[in-house]
Design a protein around this ligand. Structure first.
Ligand code: BDR
Ligand code: CA
Length: 320
């Protein structure tokens, strides 16, 4: 099997952590590097979390590059009631990592990796798009060196989860998303329209916890604050698998309804700032710039997620 070789740009984050785990549990994927960005929690925490996660999953071989701590133009997000817990990883208590980030800044690291192997690597982005936008602006050959980008972000027909119109990753740095969407990169976008149909329930987490492994306990702890948020605001005892579902674009595309559209982001600064919109009626006459997942077989994806974690736990069973 030819594996999809991925560089992951991320802001861990509970569902980012589950995505890293799902990538490591997926035979179709080779995770070859991680770049961190501000987002769910400040950059120092997202970087610390990425390193701690790789140590916990016993994958210290995967390099991590620290990226941007602020959005391109807009004022940074002020944290209050954090959905992902104070650390960004819910109620987990992973030890301080011994692993260090590489010396290069994430923007330089991305440019270096993609230019070294043009059209070989997939860029998988599940946080605000600041690092990627800066790499595009810094190195004109960067965009064309990307084989494909898969992005979790946006709300097309769906309402937003950050403002009534805008989704978190795009809202956090709308100008960066604008640069990325208009750079000519082949993109697959997985917005809230799909991810809100893909819900991990507390019963699913308990099903995993029948296995004797530290990983299901980690999943219970990492999703605890996240699930509390969903219960409080959505009346649902579980959480949306936003970032993990995005991997379906590679490992289970048959579960997604993908349509090609011209999609852009509102950066005009009004009430719809950060809103992603699709030109369904082709009024702009612009060619499609991405494939967008507008529907999903959500429960089938959750089953696939659970099965992969179960297999991964069996293969990495604790030795006594
Ligand atoms: C996105 O925002 C973050 O909170 C999640 O990690 C995901 O990437 C969902 O809107
Ligand atoms: Ca994320």
């Amino acid at each position: 099997m030819t594996k999809t070789r991925i560089i992951l740009d991320t802001d861990p984050g509970a569902d980012d952590a589950l995505t890293i785990l799902l990538m490591l549990a997926s035979p179709e994927i080779s995770l070859e590097g991680i770049t961190t960005v501000h987002g769910n929690v400040p950059l120092e925490k997202t970087t610390r979390n990425a390193l701690a996660l790789l140590e916990f999953f016993d994958r210290k071989d995967i390099p991590v590059a620290r990226g941007c701590s602020l959005p391109l133009i807009k004022a940074p997000h002020v944290e209050n009631d954090n959905v992902h817990g104070t650390s960004g990883l819910g109620r987990t208590n992973l030890p301080e990592p011994t692993l260090q980030p590489v010396a290069a800044h994430a923007v330089d690291y991305l440019i270096q990796r993609f230019l070294a192997e043009p059209k070989e690597l997939t860029l998988f982005a599940i946080g605000p798009l600041t690092n990627v936008a800066l790499a595009i602006r810094q190195e004109p050959k960067f965009a064309e060196a990307i084989k494909e980008m898969v992005i979790m972000g946006g709300a097309i027909r769906s309402g937003g989860n950050m403002t009534p119109l805008a989704e978190f990753n795009i809202y956090e740095d709308p100008h960066a998303a604008h640069v990325v969407f208009n750079a000519g990169i082949p993109i697959t976008l997985v917005p809230l329209d799909a991810t809100y149909q893909c819900l991990l329930s507390s019963a699913d987490v308990e099903r995993l916890n029948r296995i004797d492994s530290p990983i299901p306990k980690f999943i219970r702890d990492v999703t605890a604050d996240y699930m509390e948020f969903y219960l409080k605001y959505e009346g649902f005892s579980g959480c949306a698998l936003h970032d993990p579902l995005t991997l379906a674009a590679i490992i289970a595309p048959q579960l997604l309804t993908l349509e090609s559209h011209y999609v852009n982001v509102d950066i005009s600064g009004g009430v719809s700032e950060g809103k992603t919109y699709a030109d369904f009626m082709k009024v702009t006459k612009r060619p499609a710039n991405m494939r967008v997942a507008l529907d999903v077989k959500g429960r089938e994806f959750v089953e696939l997620f659970l099965e992969r974690i179960e297999k991964f736990c069996a293969a990495n069973a604790p030795t006594r």
